[in-house]
Design a protein around this ligand. Sequence first.
Ligand code: PHE
Length: 327
Amino acid sequence: MDINHTDLEKLLKEDLDSCNKEHDLLQIKSKYLGKKGYLTSLFTSLKNIDPDKRKTFGAELNSIKNTLSSMIEIKLISLRSSNEVPEKIDLDVPARHHNNGSHHPISLIIKKIENIFLEYGFDIHDGPEIETEHYNFESLNIAKNHPARDMHDTFYFDSQLLLRTHTSSVQIHAMETSNAPFRVLAPGRVYRCDSDPTHSPMFHQIEGLCVDTDITFSNLKWILNNFIKEFFNSKSIKTRFRPSYFPFTEPSAEMDIMFNGKWLEVLGCGMVHPNVLKNVNLNPKKYSGFAFGLGIERFAMLAYQIKDLRIFFENDINFLEQFKNIR
Ligand code: PHE
């Protein structure tokens, strides 16, 4: 038996030339190379030929098979590339919208206050929000039956553990873990069982503590007066100190600022009580200091003219987006 491969190649070429669909090409492929195709029948006829010639004949068949396969392959590639839709660029498609986030106003105020106190040489400290009675009260000179504990509306976990009611507990942690002198600024969340337009059960405070060998009330006044001037960016803003009471400071004061023609209370402060110093093994005869605590929401409400503090915690996107460009 003889095969004429030029014939087979010619035949296939004609078929391929008239083919312009991938589907038709598959049929051509099976006509030549498929189970019932020309080549398969030639391969089956191998067994009938003289064993001496079988080898060369087989090799010849394989080479025809390769030629035909590659002709079909080339056609397939050319069909596919001519069917491809050229990529169009539509210049009218609106750009994809990137919604940038913003810093929360409370974070902005914390950063602003931190930056002012960093200039005065204060370090930023952190403390636990779940506290023991010891750190939240006892070490701050607030004994077990002290009436000041009632003022704090504390959330208790059990008789020992509670959610800290103020950042003053960080004063103790800071003094226990490093050595005097101290200049500590501690922002953070605090919790009190209280809720109305000006009180939220969770809010933020910043604690300040400065302890050294010769700190006086005039240092406290200078730092706080300067801080207020820098915060409100006004050299002429009026402030005043009113006597007050905190168990952990003596004397204690409340600081007011003149805002829109009215005195507004903005923070509590005082000279660190000798008992507090003793509680962290500092000699009150050698060391003295001042401390203050302020409500961050109060400062944010004043800075951004916000009337109801609950809006800080509602995650209202329209409210939050207003702070987008403030750094
Ligand atoms: N811890 C006080 C409060 O929460 C504020 C304060 C801090 C007062 C430090 C004096 C000194 O009201």
